[in-house]
Design a binder for this molecule. Structure first.
Ligand SMILES: [Ca+2]
Ligand SMILES: [Ca+2]
Ligand SMILES: [Ca+2]
Ligand SMILES: [Ca+2]
Length: 135
């Protein structure tokens, strides 16, 4: 009888551990990753990054002229990076130019080169510099 009670307790503990384990996994993913990972596979691929970048681009472009000037970029891209990313040299980034920086920073943040960024990669300096463009 005592043994049965213990087993019931053990089963109960096991049952309770399952949802707790799930919560643990959910909490392990950063808010940044969760927001950038609509397919919920635990990493950001380039198409998810570009979709997020397009949303940020629209948000940063209140005058809707299709380009971001230094003011609209508000520190997300510093002067040197803006120059480097602005081959037509008009002092602003259009969506294509913005995408190109996003892609370059995505690749820089992906040292294992598997085409996705996991939470660990997002937490690096390169990962943060990528995040500054997509959130
Ligand atoms: Ca994903
Ligand atoms: Ca604009
Ligand atoms: Ca330009
Ligand atoms: Ca990776």
């Amino acid at each position: 009888m005592k043994f049965k009670l213990l087993s019931a307790g053990a089963i109960l503990a096991a049952l309770m551990a399952i949802p707790l384990a799930h919560v643990g996994i959910a909490q392990a993913a950063s808010a940044s990753l969760t927001a950038l990972d609509p397919d919920n596979d635990g990493s950001v691929d380039l198409s998810e990054a570009k979709a997020a970048a397009a949303k940020v681009f629209a948000k940063l472009d209140p005058d809707k002229d299709g380009t971001l000037d230094a003011k609209e970029l508000s520190g997300r891209v510093d002067e040197a990076a803006l120059k480097a990313a602005d081959p037509d040299n008009d002092g602003t980034l259009d969506q294509k130019e913005y995408d190109a920086i996003v892609e370059a920073r995505f690749k820089a943040a992906d040292p294992d080169n598997d085409g996705t960024l996991d939470d660990k990669e997002l937490a690096t300096d390169a990962g943060k510099s990528f995040l500054s463009l997509v959130e």
